[in-house]
Design a protein around this ligand. Structure first.
Ligand code: GGG
Length: 343
């Protein structure tokens, strides 16, 4: 019998727990169809940090890295910890410590007639750039360092080129090498290298400001977009706005070079949304679609297709949370989706 896939579950803060509660029954449903899986629930987040002083302890991280195959993550961020220390030490630690270079954020309409007919896949580098948390603050002067390394850039761009080639989609690199001459200069050089190796891909590098302008004017002109950590974060949030906002946007990150057993982390694009936390107002679609991305990553294609289909069917039938103009609670939306899953 195949070894069960082991998935670490970290709901995190704010709406993270509420949307995770709607994803967990989707794991049970995959199990009921014969998918062999173990889950391990981990308590890390703001409340655990305030109660114990622990963010993500080294031993727990090492266990997760070496004994789990993937992480299903909710969201982090809590106003009781204004410097966001726990969020950095949990989420950025997972992304960087597991070397999850590729963050994949697909943006496609979830129901007919819902926004422009776009088909964009953002490949965001997930471990470097200005999100390396190095810098300094003195009176009247602050420095944020941005680190870009060729191995990470190459891994991210290789994944983007492969995807563009497989789907015959155009590929655009977003950069600002005209001002960020060192870091983004390296991005453009690696991109040009890979462009020569992939003559069949319609690939171009664009200044990010011009790209954003073109993306607003005609999002259907884009296919795969590759970017560093910072630009990828901004561009994918703009794309999410075309589909109904952050509540419906999924993501998965992976380590193409598989340095550890745990090589993927699926999480909604949204954060902990403290303004609506505890009110059952959060949209679980981003979380559930991230679960579908995890199924696809594990090779469970039938389950991934069925879960994505159930989300589309529920939305097309009018099941919506308040962010999309509906009245359903988080739990009712989760149920509406699960009711449309095949047995
Ligand atoms: N699932 C993505 C996530 O949790 N991001 C962290 C974040 O943006 N935190 C800030 C916040 O939620 O306000």
């Amino acid at each position: 019998m195949a070894k069960p896939v082991r998935i670490a579950i970290i709901p995190g803060d704010g709406v993270g727990g509420e949307v995770m509660s709607e994803a967990l029954p989707c794991l049970d449903w995959a199990r009921s169809r014969g998918r062999s899986m173990e889950t391990i629930s981990l308590p890390y987040g703001a409340s655990h940090y305030l109660a114990t002083g622990e963010t993500l302890p080294e031993a727990a991280f090492a266990q997760l890295r070496d004994r789990c195959d993937a992480v299903l993550f909710g969201a982090v961020g809590d106003s009781r910890i204004p410097d966001g220390r726990h969020a950095e030490e949990i989420l950025l630690r997972l992304r960087q410590g597991l070397e999850l270079t590729v963050n994949y954020r697909p943006c496609r309409p979830l129901m007919p007639g819902h926004g422009p007919d776009l088909d964009i896949e953002v490949f965001r580098e997930n471990t470097e750039g200005p999100y390396c948390l190095q810098g300094s603050t003195e009176p009247g002067r602050a420095v944020d360092l941005a680190i870009h390394t060729e191995p990470a850039i190459r891994r991210l761009l290789q994944a983007a080129f492969q995807r563009a080639a497989t789907r015959s989609r155009p590929l655009t690199l977003a950069h600002k090498a005209n001002v960020l001459k060192h870091g983004h200069g390296l991005w453009v050089r690696v991109f040009e290298d890979l462009r020569r190796e992939h003559p069949g891909v319609a690939a171009r590098a664009m200044h990010a400001d011009a790209l954003l302008c073109a993306l607003v004017q005609d999002p259907t002109a884009f296919g795969v977009i590759a970017a560093d950590n910072y630009l990828g974060d901004l561009i994918s949030d703009l794309c999410a706005a075309y589909l109904g906002g952050m509540g419906v946007a999924p993501s998965i990150s992976w380590a193409p070079h598989r340095p550890f057993r745990c090589s993927a982390l699926a999480e909604p694009v949204h954060g902990s949304a403290p303004d609506i936390a505890g009110k059952e107002l959060a949209n679980p679609v981003g979380m559930i679609l991230s679960t579908a991305l995890l199924f696809r990553h594990l090779g469970w294609k039938a389950e991934a297709d069925a879960l994505e289909g159930a989300v589309k069917d529920a939305l097309s039938d009018g099941a919506k949370t308040p962010d999309l103009g509906g009245t359903l609670t988080t739990a009712a939306m989760g149920r509406a989706i699960r009711d449309r899953l095949p047995s």
